[in-house]
Design a protein around this ligand. Structure first.
Ligand code: DMJ
Length: 742
């Protein structure tokens, strides 16, 4: 946690390696508390020597103590100071005269107008001085990179120093992969993931590292050189231009927001259905509605307005994935409440959204999570209810996410500070890459944002992602999980239909379907990808269970994640449009994956499946590692049952779904709601004390649909986003398909 000192400006100072480049670009900027834009290389706080803000401030020693040093803060060190020196800070003043100033001016002072030392800008240096500076600077950078990459446990250093991540976003050591994300493991799972499997060739990895060090080094040098060549006036002009651009963008966004076009709300098709005729099915459906009530009432009682509920502690649970946006459970649950006809609850949720849902938050959010849960949830609530507030909030949030696309390629950052508009990637992601399942899971929502706002900008952003992907060479036709948003090159060659990859494939198929089958590019990309996946990643176990392995640089890790289980439903859903002669094949593949995932449930004590299960070392569909034995109320297996039921009406899918209901009731239900389990093979309960918001958005919704007639949310009219939020199919003219007058 950051210790906040209200007197200290909250600007985050960047590590030394980033300074020159960020400054030179004049692109990424920090803000003074008062809102004035500053290049990141310049500390927003005026050092005491320069008449800093407050003499009472216990804060750190001057940025230019004795007129010399500048302290660089690491994220963890922000706000923590020891004996006149920030913990984790390193002095660079002596090394970097550019940033120091005997008179207390330095570059920051010069630009900010506070320093006033004549000639303190770069132009004051003679050519030889510049050369020496350059040499010193480059030696310093080399030293930093050397230390970062070659010291033992460099990954920790990388995340702690280079990427400077907020502790709030760091995976706690004993926590499960983040609530959700098929773009999985926002928490520890991901980082471990990366280290665990990766067979790979160490020489190649070293070569990769060296190449990226060289590349970074050269870029930093180039940019430092450019900065040195600029006159202070030029730098100031760049800053002004950038400032104007930001202001222009903000104005444009506000205009869009104020002037939302009128849209005719079409009554949704099949949003409400009659009771199932069969009394035993009716009873089961009623039971699932009762589960929703139990989950909702407890959330309301103990955690109202917070993101999620801790059902054992009976208090709120906040996930760093949403920064300080609140109310994840409320927004995620809206459409489930609607289709279950829980009208009072829907109304109170709507009222909360109206009064309290606020996106003007400072902390960083996961762009992917906020998109699938909040944008998706709001869009879905709008399309079902026609309430304008949901459309307005969805567009407002969409606009807030746009700065994430501010990268050289337009591939968005994973994390975004919605206040400052500054983005970055997960520190653990291969070489600063963005994640396929994250940037590849925006398409559906963004197309609808353009549709509902009349602003093409959203659609343009996601169309560009496609273009970038289509211009890239794919190893064996497969899409690696990592893509660098600056270079536009793939990171590590890891491919997964589970965490980090999954919903990218799902969104290709659903883009095709949601476009009223007009988006041929999506269709082509989907079927080509699926074909490559089948060839290189789908295998059968000794006893004939079909599974989808993970592909790492040409080698297979024979493990399948709970997240991967969604693919059964996906294969079946795409079957109708498969290349000639393949429809039956894909339906069959969907059925086989469903069976394997059912086995992974059936082979546990609690009859709910583990996070990942393996097909090696003599086991099949069983988790062998302790850290893969948990179940966090995930939906993917019942999601696949839902599609298989709808598409085949084979009664076993209802049977299997009911087994899951019973297991949830027997093992996850507690007085205070529903909890995940730490070990599904244990006979005693091992609660993790979190009621994930997707339990209400997805797990209970899919279960309810399995025990409803098919005319509730017919698949030919509705697309479920990856969080099970509903988006109507758009016709060829970009309009929603006509509603009936139910
Ligand atoms: C949900 O947030 C979404 O389904 C996402 O795509 C992946 N993971 C969780 C549920 O497991």
């Amino acid at each position: 946690m950051h210790t906040k000192n209200p007197k200290r400006p909250q600007n985050r100072l960047q590590p030394a390696v980033c300074r020159a480049c960020l400054f030179a670009k004049g692109a990424a900027q920090g803000r003074r508390p008062g809102g004035e834009l500053l290049p990141l290389g310049i500390p927003a706080a005026q050092p005491r020597g320069l008449g800093g803000p407050d003499v009472q401030d216990p804060a750190p020693q001057p940025l230019t103590p004795g007129g010399g040093e500048v302290w660089l803060l690491s994220g963890a060190a922000q706000g923590h100071w020891t004996a006149g020196r920030p913990a984790g800070a390193m002095p660079v003043g002596g090394l970097l005269p550019l940033f120091s100033s005997p008179g207390g001016g330095g570059l920051g002072g010069g630009l900010g107008g506070g320093g006033g030392r004549k000639g303190s800008g770069p132009a004051a240096f003679r050519l030889t001085e510049k050369f020496v500076l350059l040499l010193v600077f480059s030696a310093f950078i080399t030293l930093c990179f050397g230390a970062i990459f070659f010291l033992p446990d460099s990954s920790k250093l990388l995340s702690g120093v280079l990427f400077h991540s907020s502790p709030a976003l760091q995976p706690p050591a004993d926590h499960k992969p983040g609530p959700g994300a098929r773009a999985e493991d926002a928490a520890d799972g991901r980082a471990r993931h990366r280290e665990e499997g990766a067979p790979g060739d160490p020489a190649a990895a070293l070569e990769d590292n060296l190449a990226s060090i060289r590349e970074n080094h050269e870029r930093a040098l180039r940019e430092a050189k450019e900065t040195l060549q600029k006159l202070p006036e030029e730098i100031q002009r760049d800053i002004l231009l950038e400032k104007e651009k930001v202001a222009r963008d903000q104005l444009r966004d506000r205009a869009v927001f104020r002037g939302l076009p009128r849209v005719d709300f079409l009554p949704p098709i099949g949003a409400i259905s009659r009771e199932p005729a069969d009394p035993s099915i009716r009873e089961k459906r009623e039971k699932i509605k009762e589960m929703m009530k139990h989950a909702w009432n407890n959330y309301k009682r103990y955690a109202w307005g917070l993101n999620e509920l801790k059902p054992i502690s009976k208090e709120g649970h906040s996930s760093s994935l949403f920064g300080s946006i609140k109310g994840a459970t409320i927004v995620d649950a809206l459409d489930t409440l609607f289709i279950m006809q829980m009208k009072d609850e829907f109304e109170e949720a709507k009222e909360w959204v109206k009064q309290n849902l606020d996106f003007n938050v400072k902390a960083e959010v996961s762009v992917f999570e906020v998109n699938i849960r909040f944008v998706g949830g709001l869009l879905s609530a709008y399309y079902l209810s026609g309430e304008e507030i949901f459309r307005k909030k969805a567009v407002e949030l969409g606009l807030k996410l746009l700065p994430a696309f501010h990268t050289p390629t337009g591939i968005p950052w994973a994390l975004l500070n919605m206040k400052s508009g500054i983005g970055r990637n997960w520190p653990w992601a291969s070489g600063g890459s963005s994640i396929l399942a994250e940037f590849g899971t925006l398409h559906l929502e963004f197309i609808h944002l353009s549709h509902l706002s009349g602003n093409p900008v959203f659609a343009e952003k996601v169309t560009n992602i496609r273009t970038v992907l289509n211009n890239l060479e794919k190893p064996q036709g497969l899409y690696p999980n990592y893509l660098n948003p600056s270079s536009g090159q793939w990171g590590q060659y890891h491919v997964s239909v589970g965490g980090l990859g999954d919903s990218f494939y799902e969104y290709l198929l659903k883009s095709w379907l949601m476009s009223g089958k007009k988006d041929l590019e999506a269709k082509k990309m989907y079927f080509e990808a699926v074909q490559a996946i089948e060839t290189h990643m789908i295998r059968k176990s000794n006893t004939g269970l079909t599974y989808i392995a993970e592909w790492k640089g040409g080698l297979l890790e024979h493990k399948m994640g709970h997240l991967t289980c969604f693919a059964g439903g996906m294969f079946a859903l795409g079957a109708d449009d498969a290349p000639p002669g393949m429809t039956q094949h894909y339906l069959q593949l969907g059925a086989e994956i469903a069976r394997t995932c059912h086995e992974s449930y059936n082979r546990t004590f609690v009859k709910l499946g583990p996070e990942a299960f393996r097909f090696d070392g003599g086991v099949e569909a069983i988790a062998t590692r302790q850290n893969e034995k948990y179940y966090i109320l995930r939906p993917e297996v019942v999601e696949t049952y839902m599609y298989m039921w709808r598409l085949t009406h084979d009664p076993k899918y209802r049977r299997w779904a009911w087994e899951a209901v019973e297991a949830l009731e027997n093992h996850c239900r507690v007085n205070g709601g529903y909890s995940g389990l730490r070990d599904v093979y244990l006979s005693r309960e091992s609660y993790d004390d979190v009621q994930q918001s997707f339990f209400l958005a997805e797990t209970l919704k899919y279960l309810y649909l399995i025990f409803s007639d098919d005319d509730l949310l017919p698949l030919e009219h509705w697309i479920f986003n990856t969080e099970a939020h509903l988006l109507p199919v758009l016709c060829s003219d970009g309009k929603e398909s006509e509603g009936n007058e139910q």
